[in-house]
Design a protein around this ligand. Structure first.
Ligand code: FAD
Length: 501
């Protein structure tokens, strides 16, 4: 590759792209540029003004804020999390993947359900969920899903239920599975593969938020980069590699990136951090020569679903000040029957519940509803007025108060319709496995030599086998690819260390 300073292009300015850029920059790389399709940095980390304060349209919590979590490491180093999150006890809590607080539960007949009535079935649900993480490819069929495993457990257990609890138990289980669809970012748990489900790894620690918004972390990392590193509104159309473009000669850069506006950039290396949702739509023509068939297959097989938020601001809270979560339970619903197909009529039934934003003094009286799957994608096509009207009817029905005032403002995410995202986050779908994640992460070319050096690298949450769908997974993936480049140029790191002496 000669003695020229290596140039690195990064496609996408989410936390994986910004994180990769900062790491290579810290290790002596000087020629770095990030090309971002949209008019902002942060990608699926997006903080917006709403009500009295801020709201997160994408990532909201640091999942597992403990010392092993790189997002937590950085956030505490930069003083971006509150004192509770920094307490040692907080970092040792093992929530085991379920919410630590007892919710307020409303049913569709307008009654509040006493949580003790559903405690047994809720505990059973979490036991089954835990069990579903213990399978491997040797102990289950590759076609099996978390949803069908749960149904088998429900059917087995329900034989022992009295008639008077059975209906409520079924309705609660349906509601809990709706929550799980939000966690996995999928339409149905029937789409989530059972064997690799346990590969997803959780850190210890009670989830925490960012008082100044999740974007404060992205901005803080970005501040370590030279000012002109990020070019906004530069959607990349095609990446030519292996010198497959006109005007190239043997001493020139092996990679050229073409933007939709006609601009081109050449480089030694490109790190692609675009979401899996984007790759699914553009796998055939995003690279030239095209992606190898194994990578295209992995992109096709892995899951990428939609999970959206609906934020509602109220003049006054109708909930008790201690309420942290409101769970909605549709009477008569069951996890054993498919959800209704008429989205226009039934989309609201997929809403899993509302988190109460805290503290109200800073944020206002705000409920944040969560909804996954096709219903969530349908919601994106409606107007704000239609969503407010549906939410008002829903809350009036569940609280049993036909006079409940409507929310005074609304803000919602629409991740599925974003052309450069195409959904919310990835999961390991039935028919795929953790190996597909590894294949997606493999750099190109696969066989490398002096004539065919390392050129196209892949990062982003969907490339992290154990931490996909999270901000820390995304950051780890950016650091992983940055390290791959750093290892390629040991002399740059050595020069940085020498300069520091
Ligand atoms: C609603 C929601 C809630 C979430 N909640 C949490 C949570 O509480 N905790 C958590 O840990 N994680 C959460 N996540 C997941 C987390 O936000 C993501 O895993 C993480 O932010 C992904 O970072 P990334 O860098 O991989 O991708 P992104 O942030 O998506 O960055 C990719 C960037 O590439 C750009 N791009 C795409 N195509 C092109 C192109 N052709 N040319 C140039 N640029 C392009 C995009 O515009 C984007 O800016 C949530 C996500 C969503 C959507």
């Amino acid at each position: 590759m000669g003695r020229r300073t290596p140039s690195v292009l990064i496609v996408g300015s989410g936390i994986s792209g910004i994180g990769a850029a900062e790491k290579v920059h810290k290790n002596g790389f000087q020629n770095i540029r990030i090309l971002e399709a949209t008019g902002r940095t942060g990608g699926r980390i997006r903080t917006q003004k709403f009500a009295k304060g801020l709201a997160e349209m994408g990532a909201q919590w640091i999942h597992g804020p403990s010392p092993e979590n790189p997002v937590f490491q950085l956030s505490s180093q930069y003083n971006l999390v509150g004192p509770d999150a920094l307490r040692e006890e907080n970092q040792k809590v093992d929530v085991g993947g379920h919410p630590p607080d007892i919710p307020v539960i409303y049913s569709s007949s307008g009654k509040e359900i006493n949580p003790t009535l559903v405690e047994n079935v809720t505990n059973l649900y979490y036991e089954w969920l835990e069990k579903s993480r213990n399978f491997t490819k040797d102990t289950c069929s590759p076609d099996d899903s978390v949803g069908s495993f749960m149904r088998r457990e429900i059917l087995r257990s329900s034989k022992e239920w009295n008639k008077d609890v059975s209906e409520l138990n079924m309705a609660i289980l349906r509601a809990l599975l709706n929550v799980e669809c939000c966690v996995s970012g999928t339409h149905s748990m029937d789409h989530v593969a059972l064997c690799p489900f346990g590969e997803y790894t959780m850190f210890l620690g009670l989830d925490c938020t960012f008082p100044k918004g999740y974007e404060s972390l992205v901005n803080r990392i970005k501040a370590n980069l030279p000012n002109d590193t990020v070019l906004l509104n530069k959607p990349v159309k095609r990446i030519n590699w292996n010198g497959s473009f006109q005007g190239n000669d043997s001493n020139a850069h092996p990679v050229r990136v073409q933007c939709e506006d006609g601009d081109t950039f050449v480089a030694d290396h490109v790190i692609v951090t675009v979401p899996l949702g984007f790759l699914k739509k553009h796998a055939d023509d995003f690279l030239s020569p095209p992606l190898p068939p194994s990578k295209k297959q992995a992109i096709k097989k892995l899951g990428f679903g939609t999970m959206n938020k609906i934020l509602l601001e109220f003049e006054k809270p109708f909930w008790d000040p201690n309420t942290t979560y409101i769970q909605l339970v549709w009477e008569g619903d069951s996890p054993l029957t498919e959800s209704q197909k008429d989205l226009r009529k039934h989309w609201v039934k997929k809403l899993s519940g509302f988190v109460v934003l805290d503290p109200p003094g800073q944020l206002g009286h705000v409920l944040c509803g969560f909804m996954a799957g096709k219903e969530s994608e349908y919601m994106e096509t409606l107007s704000d007025e239609e969503v407010v009207s549906s939410m008002t009817s829903l809350l009036r029905q569940f609280t049993g108060n036909p006079e409940l005032p409507p929310p005074i403002s609304i803000l919602r995410s629409q991740w599925h319709s974003q052309p450069y995202t195409g959904g919310s986050y990835s999961y390991v779908a039935v028919g795929s496995s953790g190996n597909d994640i590894e294949v997606l992460a493999e750099p190109l070319p696969k066989e490398r030599n002096a004539a065919k050096p390392l050129q196209v690298l892949f990062a982003g949450e969907a490339t992290e086998r154990n931490f996909y769908s999270t901000t820390h997974g995304a950051l780890m993936s950016g650091w992983r690819e940055a390290q791959r480049l750093i290892d390629q140029y040991p002399e740059l790191g050595a020069a940085v260390r020498k300069a520091k002496l």
